[in-house]
Design a protein around this ligand. Sequence first.
Ligand SMILES: NC(=O)c1ccc[n+]([C@@H]2O[C@H](COP(=O)([O-])OP(=O)(O)OC[C@H]3O[C@@H](n4cnc5c(N)ncnc54)[C@H](OP(=O)(O)O)[C@@H]3O)[C@@H](O)[C@H]2O)c1
Length: 265
Amino acid sequence: MELQNRVALVTGASRGIGAALARQLREAGCLLVLCARNEEALRADADQADLVVAGDLLDAAFRAHLMRATLERFGRLDLLVNNAGVGHYRSSIEADSEEIRALWELNFFVPLELARLAVPHMLEQPQLPGARELGMVVNVSSIAGKVTLPWFTMYSASKYALCSWTEGLRMEYLGRGIRTLAVCPGYVKTEFQANALSGAPPTPLARSKDRFAITPEACARAIIRGIRGNKRTVVTPASNWALVVASRLLPGVVERRLAKINGSA
Ligand SMILES: NC(=O)c1ccc[n+]([C@@H]2O[C@H](COP(=O)([O-])OP(=O)(O)OC[C@H]3O[C@@H](n4cnc5c(N)ncnc54)[C@H](OP(=O)(O)O)[C@@H]3O)[C@@H](O)[C@H]2O)c1
């Protein structure tokens, strides 16, 4: 997808990956809608031309308001980036079940419901000159949506579901001009771990993660390349494809290694 003069809605744009992506989309010529709960943080980074819509995405009325405000201001939506998400470092059996549902609500159902609001408008809007599509849905999943990580099994499950739905949505609308992209970052240097619903990563991982973590800016650049190149999936850093392939070819070996890092083997 070309980005010049495209209307892009980015959730979770108040910090981290979403804020970096919003900056790069603006530089690429997008008209932006920025969403998160923290209005002050959104406004601190926003340009005058951006539409800032602050609120809680878990609230259905707020999601409807967000979409209405976007269409009222810009008359169309070309790119929906479902980036807001949260971590959860607890065992699937011992974790609080309300907490697991809250995790799924933000990581899976919010992206689904936003797409259910956006895609019907995308299908109705006129195709922009030179465009090869009517709209695109980008879902920020995780490497944990490709390889289950036992220190956050429930998070992995929510991100696997997000990847699977991204693929299904693509096929549902393949001939009708809607593209989808699943983004699967490894560790990114953001406040994600500190903001987890509960728990913390195992100590060996917490100690070593900075060695292989990428910056939110590098992650955003990979997402922009994926959007421009109409990719299906972005794994970033790309070296993590090796882990994905190893987990398919040698699942037992990879599982034992991950369980060891988790302290459960
Ligand atoms: N960092 C990593 O290592 C990593 C790796 C793989 C995938 N990811 C994924 O990347 C995405 C972004 O993560 P990040 O690292 O940038 O995390 P982050 O720094 O914690 O940012 C999360 C963003 O989501 C917003 N948000 C959270 N709950 C919300 C709600 N109920 N309503 C509206 N907005 C909400 C937050 O804004 P407010 O608090 O202002 O609402 C914030 O802007 C997530 O989906 C995450 O799962 C992250």
